[in-house]
Design a protein. Structure first.
Lengths: 315, 288
């Protein structure tokens, strides 16, 4: 007992000394470092970590904002069990996985092709690089507006193109007619908006490969395809993996485009997980189940992120 | 050396099948990326009777500018939304940059304990889907009566874009050689003075890049803006344009005009500063 009190006294004395020293001599370099990160940590803790913990907590309760008299009873894993048993949630996850994998693979292939073209010297290369960057800078919600107009079932220009090429024989309502047409239309729009990112990242990777490698390979008698397989791909791999990480996570949590283009329709055929979660939260005001859905999404994205990081580290 | 050989190669075998395929492919993808933008501008400039013409007209017979007048002057909300977007994006950029310069300096140059750990936690946090925190945040803003204000948007955006800018700046700060800073400190500079007089001027291009990307990101953000705003007084432009959809009729011409007005400055900005944008987009991927 006595000893403990003594310790306390000594401790408080040392804090007192420290404060005094700071007052006399100013902060040491390390202390200054901690002071500098405090505002950042405070903002991130309050606006990202704290709400996330509350979301996790909500997911174990029944919370219906439109029925406040219910209170907020604790229900354990019921929200999760109900969601995993509902075909709408499972379907939304499946559609998200389908959407994300198609989008990421297609962006990788097209991005690689475009980057290989832009890596050659030709007139107007800079202009092309600048113009393909333009879609990336436009808000998804605005992108959705003008693609929606092009997809229009009666007056849309895409119908006109396909009619005059003879691919279709009567106008098609691209976003509203069938599930497969709607999801393909959304994917095309997503590719328009985000392939430039992939192309630009891969192009930067290509330009960082020293030309001497290709010269040496040429002297050794390697063909175009061999050079591509033995030099380009291995050296590009790290850059591509990181770009893939960002694109997969973004595709997995896609919201704006779907919200504006189809709202999940026709039926629920284009209802991605984040859209369904958003509808649960702010449509049905069911914060318990909505939170459970977003927690499952968060677990999935974190796992995906860690898997990628592991892959990147192995490389 | 490499440059001349590749040029020579292109000149010497101009008509290989590979080249023809390349040209066709280039033509197709340039058309694919440019046409929607062109079509939007053309739609905005068509008089009402020409918008719904079948087959569509490739360009308006006479440019019709009344829609721009409609959108800018007649719709009260639009200019207000643009002003809000300016305020929100500028404040977000300023706050986000100030915070991330300070903390990146602490992590990358002062090398505080736990700094690397902090970077990893921040990276994982930045992967969280926005919907995972939007519910509680909405209730918090409502509780403290900050819902439907630009303030809550700014604070949310700052938190959301901080991870990205800290990652970028910290990795840039690490590449600055330590000698200059050490010399300054030997001459009696405090660490803060060294930051302001040595590090920030050296990192100016990187800081500019991040500022521009954060500006574009917050200008374009939709999910939080949609959820946290109720009226035109706080709405930003993506939500404002989304609200153009009437109950019965969709004013396609007006929407195209509004989109054009909002798109052109951003596209021009990106094209002028493409060097910096590309640097920002690729640095994350290449330095990783």
């Amino acid at each position: 007992m006595k000893i403990r009190r003594k310790d306390k006294v000594r401790k408080s004395a040392s804090i007192f000394e420290k404060v005094n020293r700071i007052r006399r001599e100013g902060l040491t370099r390390k202390q200054l470092g901690y002071v500098l990160v405090i505002p950042t940590l405070a903002v991130i803790a309050c606006i990202a970590i704290f709400p996330f913990i509350i979301t996790a907590n909500y997911s174990f309760h029944t919370i219906k904002l439109n029925v406040p008299q219910l209170g907020r009873p604790y229900v354990g894993f019921e929200n999760y069990i109900r969601l995993l048993g509902s075909s709408r949630f499972i379907d939304s996850f499946k559609i998200t996985l389908f959407f994300a994998s198609i989008v990421v693979v297609a962006q990788l292939l097209f991005g690689l092709a475009i980057a290989l073209v832009l890596n050659k010297e030709f007139k107007g290369r800079g202009a092309i690089r600048a113009t393909i960057l333009a879609p990336w800078a436009i808000a998804l919600i605005i992108v959705a507006q003008f693609w929606k107009w092009m997809y229009n079932g009666v007056f849309g220009i895409i119908n006109f193109f396909f009619l005059s090429l003879g691919i279709i024989d009567k106008p098609v309502d691209w976003l509203g007619e069938s599930a497969s047409l709607a999801i393909s239309s959304v994917i095309v729009t997503e590719l328009w908006r985000n392939t430039p990112f992939m192309a630009i990242v891969i192009l930067a990777g290509l330009q960082s490969i020293p030309g001497e490698l290709y010269e040496a390979a040429k002297i050794d008698g390697a063909g175009v395809f061999q050079k591509f397989r033995r030099i380009t791909i291995p050296l590009l791999k790290p850059a591509i993996l990181v770009a893939l990480l960002f694109r997969s996570i973004d595709a997995f949590r896609a919201f704006d485009l779907l919200y504006a283009l189809t709202r999940g329709g026709p039926g629920n055929s284009t209802e991605l997980a984040s859209l369904y979660a958003y509808k649960l939260l702010f449509g049905y005001l069911d914060f318990g189940r909505g939170s459970a859905a977003t927690i499952m999404m968060a677990i999935f994205t974190t796992a995906l992120c860690l898997a990628y990081l592991k892959l990147i580290r192995i490389e | 050396m490499h440059r001349t050989t590749s040029l020579k190669r292109i000149l010497s075998n101009k008509f290989t099948p590979l080249h023809i395929v390349t040209y066709v492919f280039t033509g197709i993808f340039v058309f694919f990326f440019i046409f929607p933008l062109y079509w939007q501008i053309v739609t905005a400039m068509k008089p009402p009777q020409e918008i719904y013409k079948i087959p569509p007209l490739w360009f308006p017979t006479t440019p019709y500018l009344e829609r721009f007048y409609n959108v800018l002057i007649k719709r009260e909300g639009f200019l207000l939304n643009i002003r809000n977007s300016f305020i929100v994006s500028s404040c977000t950029t300023f706050l986000c940059l100030s915070l991330s310069v300070l903390s990146s300096y602490a992590i990358a140059r002062i090398r505080i304990r736990g700094g690397e750990m902090m970077l990893i936690i921040i990276l994982v946090l930045s992967m969280l889907p926005g919907v995972a925190i939007i519910g509680p945040l909405y209730l918090i803003w409502k509780q403290i009566q900050l819902i439907n204000t630009m303030f809550c948007l700014v604070i949310t955006y700052v938190a959301f874009f901080l991870p990205f800018s800290i990652w970028f700046l910290a990795s840039f700060f690490k590449t600055i050689p330590p000698d200059l800073e050490e010399a300054a400190i030997l001459d009696g500079c405090t660490p803060l003075q060294a930051l302001v007089k040595i590090i920030i001027p050296l990192a100016a291009p990187a800081i500019f890049t991040i500022a521009m990307l954060v500006y574009i990101f917050s200008w374009n953000e939709f999910l939080f803006a949609l959820t946290f705003t109720r009226s035109d007084s706080a709405r930003t432009i993506p939500v404002g344009i989304y609200m153009f959809h009437g109950l019965h009729e969709i004013p396609w011409g007006d929407i195209a005009a509004a989109c054009t007005i909002v798109t052109i400055p951003i596209v021009v900005l990106v094209i002028i500063f493409q060097k910096y944008v590309i640097q920002g987009l690729t640095a994350g991927a290449l330095k990783g």
